[in-house]
Design a protein around this ligand. Sequence first.
Ligand code: G16
Length: 544
Amino acid sequence: MQINIMSTEPYTDQNPGTSGLRKKVKIFQKPGYLENFVQAIFDSLEDISGKTLVLGGDGRYFNREAIQVIIKIAIANGFGELIIGQGGLLSTPAASHIIRKNNALGGLILSASHNPGGPDEDFGIKYNVSNGGPAPEKYTDEFYARSKTITRYKTVQIENIDLDCIGSQAVSGVSIRIIDPVSDYADLMASIFDFEVLKNSISSGYTTLLFDAMHAITGPYAKRILVDMLGATPESVINAEPLEDFGGHHPDPNLAHAHELAQVMFSVTAPTFGAASDGDGDRNMITGSHIFVTPSDSLAIMAANAQLIPAYAQGLSGVARSMPTSQAVDRVAARLNIPCYETPTGWKFFGNLLDAGKITLCGEESFGTGSDHIREKDGLWAVLFWLNLIAVKHQSVADIVHEHWRTFGRNMYCRHDYEAVESSIANALITDLRNLLPTLAGQAFGNYIVNYADEFSYEDPVDGSFSKNQGIRIGFENGSRIVYRLSGTGTVGATLRIYLEKFEPDAALHGQDAQVALAELAELAERFCEIKKRTGRTAADVVT
Ligand code: G16
């Protein structure tokens, strides 16, 4: 095999964010940009010779081209086997499963998740390690360091591989396997949930459902599992065809972006259950007829009811949530007498806890929930979890949520996002907030007395690794919190996220609108950071 060594100039901006390197497609199309980053990853990995690499993406614009480039670099770098999803497609959770199932060294997942796609939109690439999870910081730091000094990448000159034809072939001595992207994942789901109970619940008409695939990767997965295997009607899955530009929308499963689903779920013709997933299939939004379940509540409800699901019937070893996620699941953990871990934002922080068996379930406010079945958050898994709960408990989504609040109290919660803020303004805001922190403890603001004000840091209980500057938190004596973070997934300017949380034990007030319940906290949040004043904006861009 003739390996070509290509000279290249390093780029200085290839620092992976919360979940991989995300940039505009036009940036990825710069000469050597993709090649450099892939080679930097391969240079950072120990001994890849003869090992297996999994490869696939969410089908967004540039996916197919990028896969062909990566195949050639992977062959030149000495991998022994490449496992690729047909059409270059693999959802993030499916990729995680396939890495684990095949004892692969790791995988490259091409996705910018919920960010929009198309020639002028976003592309992304992330490396997952052999446990199937996103590369921890010690890896991503090395990728970045290597990308800044790289001067060459290796490639081979071969014909493009036919990505659409399932089967194996040897190319330059490397086995290239094109696999059905859905089958292994569907089998895994059937091993976790009670598909017979689900089928009955759907065929009897007790559960009627609507799943919005948002023209992203979960279309083929949802059609196979929900329609072909569980008997839902074909109309139950909407926007099912993956499109390179997601139909011009943000494939972001929240009430703002999954508006087609939201409209139906809050209408007179609402089915009993509605859900959506994102670009790469790892996020989920859960709704019922006239009710939206916040991701934080969803995690807590799953934890409280997990024993009703076959795979979790033995109970949970522990749970974890990211720091800004509401503390609803903490209450469940306390009741179940199991540990609850608080990690920084980013699924990669759950990996060690899952590997060590310290937790079984984990989740984030950013519409992600998952378990130890893989090492990524998993959109369709969450959908099936809820469908299984509804079928077994024989209760509506609203009844399940209200029962949970009655038992545990309600953590009123919401997040305000200010997107594409000029970076200098966002950085100054964070610096000023940081300086304000030491002055706040003990101060009273109306009904709110500051208990602590600090910047979150995390020491991993498994390997002792330490992560600092993971979000600013102001906690009050009544348990309420305001959290501020700059997003690590945006591609334009900075996105400021403000997370608000207030605990409401009084069942008579559980029906309150969260925005109303959190209005005073929202005013305080503005008073501390002055995002509106600094940007001249009057409201957040997205409220979830
Ligand atoms: C990624 C990470 C999540 C994180 C989310 C939001 O999700 O995997 O762990 O919560 O980004 O991050 P940020 O607040 O920094 O934008 P995804 O679905 O985009 O891969």
